[in-house]
Design a protein around this ligand. Sequence first.
Ligand SMILES: [Fe+2]
Length: 496
Amino acid sequence: MRSFLFLFSWFLAASFQAQRIYCDAINAQIQTLGAFPFGVASGDPTPSSFILVTQLNPFRVTGEATVRCEVSSNRSFLPLLKEFNFVPLAADGYAVKTEVQGLEENKTYYYRFIYGKDTSLLGKAKTTCLNCSSLKMAVVSCSNYEWGYFNAYRRIANMDDIDLVVHLGDYIYEHAPGGYGNKDLPRKHIPDHEIVSMEDYRSRYANYRLDPDLQALHAAHSFITIWDDHEIANDAYKEGAQNHQPEDGDWEERKKNAQKVYFEWLPLKENPSKSIQRKFEFGNLASMYMMDERLEARTQQGKGENDSLRAMLGKSQRDWFLHEMLSDKQKVWKIWANQVIFSEVNPPAAVVKASKSKLNTDMWDGYAVERNTLMDYWVQHEIKDIVIITGDAHVSMGMNLQHQGKKLGIEWVTPSITSANLNERISTFKAHVVENMFRKKRLNPQLKHVDLCNHGFMLVELNEKEAKNTWYYEKTILKPSTKKKKSKTLRWTKDK
Ligand SMILES: [Fe+2]
């Protein structure tokens, strides 16, 4: 009898646990809302398919809940093109995710989710082109909720002529409220501690996805995403992270939680190993490669020493990347959607003195042997017109990519959506002084644009002759605003 009662109470506890998806603070916000409080998202587009995702509100679940998804080429949903039914599971945070196939290339579709009497936000998703003559994508990274308002997200949501949004990571941040943010703003991280458990990560995504600007951006455009470190913990590498201490529990467990929840919330294609390594093709115009520079193979950041054991991609990803690039050699552009700055960036003496380091060892400067392996291969196999788009650094940079005297292409670094710039750590005057030091030709001859003070995003436009990038800057992130600052454009002509 005793063992029966024990089993019964264990069952009750386990089923309660299974139903509990979010922390109390998120529950308080969503318990009176409809079935889809976090909006909708589409992503990983191909010429014939895309992924759709949403989260069903656990407070609306009764019995075996069936969610319907509708897709149409018309805003009115007449005629209805495709219809799917799902039973989302508590074990997956009530995520609803599907791949819609059999679509036409380069076409905009409308989609929505329906549960009972509730209908989600209307979502727009676009397939990629099969015979592409041009490609226009917004490139974003580093969107910390506590540092400011997502005005840049709203601006992109209102652009109706872009093909897709590339998010290069730091979509969420793992810190406790006040741990890394602007304490003067009313935007606070939920839950009220650093995120470690599955419930924590789900609650943090919910926290971000209750933001109206982020919801609007997902509803308006299809995303292609990779994670960087903050989707897990600061300066993450395979075996640990700067911001993971023994009291945070088991690192492998934390990684698993972060990866599972990322796949529940972001519109990328499912795979059993939760890998973000993949490639997108845009006809003969371009291929775009995505890899994991954090959890797959990265060795711990060093102190400036460089040796052949230090890996950012690791052999398996590197071999795949180079093999794919070689097979795509005849394509006009080879786009690498990349987490941390690839090019050599030489800090001015004043920065070296203040930071006591000649290198940012979390970037590719700390993994120079593997970087040389990639560039040697590109030179040896005459792979050029490489367009590297990079996030992570909270700076804007435009750099020419050159190795052994050969022009390889460019690297364009996107500013943060909100995460702290240099002028939010030191004064704007001092930040501009540092900016001018970086600009010195003898220090950084590869650098064609640098901005250490502005938030915003990049708009990258490619055609058969030219790659063009415009850095868009927001007037403020301290309040909701549509005001912008002067933008900056760089162009790169295809090497003949
Ligand atoms: Fe960041």
